[in-house]
Design a binder for this molecule. Structure first.
Ligand code: ZN
Length: 147
């Protein structure tokens, strides 16, 4: 189960990288069923909020017809930023699995540490370092190609 989601998560990065976006992919699942798969797309969509997690949350919420994604798992290749962490809390996502840590832009274990703030009303379970090697390699390859 986990490995099949990991493969889909990595595959979700491909369209982002092909479009010159930072290759981040996200998957939302519930009870082992995948609800959405999304790639980072802010440049492609001219939308600064179109991070992979935001795209995946919008699609999953539309798929189940609710703004609450309770009992859902979010899988993402990179530590979520403050915007996405906020959306994760609003969506009431139960568990977040992410790959590479992001010292500069992350908001879970770095920067604002959003879920540790007293004003954060929903704290998902966090599982860092899931598929980290694979996620970090994708990002390294992307930035190496742009240099
Ligand atoms: Zn984000």
């Amino acid at each position: 189960m986990r490995s099949s989601i990991s493969v889909r998560r990595a595959a979700a990065c491909a369209p982002a990288a092909a479009r010159g976006e930072v290759p981040v992919g996200a998957v939302i699942s519930r009870a082992g069923v995948i609800l959405s798969v999304a790639a980072n797309a802010p440049r492609h969509l001219n939308d600064p909020t179109a991070h992979a997690e935001m795209q995946a949350i919008r699609a999953a919420a539309a798929a189940i017809g609710s703004d609450r994604l309770a009992d859902c798992d979010l899988w993402v290749t990179l530590e979520p930023c403050a915007m996405c962490a906020g959306a994760i809390a609003h969506a009431r996502i139960a568990r977040v699995y992410y790959g590479a840590s992001d010292e500069k832009g992350g908001a879970i274990e770095h920067g604002p540490r959003l879920f540790e703030q007293p004003t954060c009303h929903h704290r998902p379970e966090i599982f860092p370092g899931i598929g980290e090697g694979e996620a970090a390699a994708l990002l390294r390859g992307f930035f190496a190609a742009r240099r």
